[in-house]
Design a protein around this ligand. Structure first.
Ligand code: AMP
Ligand code: ZN
Length: 112
């Protein structure tokens, strides 16, 4: 077992507030939301960053992206939402297990 915090959420070693789960993908609420609704979509398999993905990840990445509008709608973001994938230290990535931020609602929020 590695010490990746998102891998630990996948196996239930750390609790996560789950909004969606299947055999390949997990979505859960961000612990420090920067909008009224803010959740993360991750693959269950550990992939560190978007820059580590290759052609073999095309289907998985497409699946994660296509989940965003569906889950956003289920979370009440009918007027739209933002998506964000921080990649690498220079991209502001803090957790090195690839994740798509989906957030919106309330006052408009920007993140540098
Ligand atoms: P990033 O800067 O893109 O790597 O963002 C990592 C995100 O993970 C941040 O928005 C954190 O608030 C969030 N996060 C870190 N630990 C947890 C956790 N245990 N449960 C839910 N979200 C988390
Ligand atoms: Zn991981």
């Amino acid at each position: 077992m590695n010490d990746c915090i998102f891998c630990k959420i996948v196996v239930g070693e750390i609790p996560g507030s789950r909004v969606y789960e299947d055999d390949e993908v997990l979505a859960f609420h961000d612990i420090h939301p920067f909008a009224r609704v803010h959740f993360l979509i991750i693959p269950k398999a550990h992939i560190a960053t978007l820059a580590d993905c290759g052609a073999e990840h095309e289907r998985l990445l497409g699946k994660m992206l296509l989940l965003a509008p569906r889950l956003a709608s289920e979370q009440g973001l009918d007027a739209g939402f933002k998506t964000l994938i921080n990649t690498g230290r220079g991209g502001g990535q803090e957790v090195f297990h690839i994740h798509v931020h989906v957030f919106g609602g309330g006052d408009p929020v920007k993140r540098s």
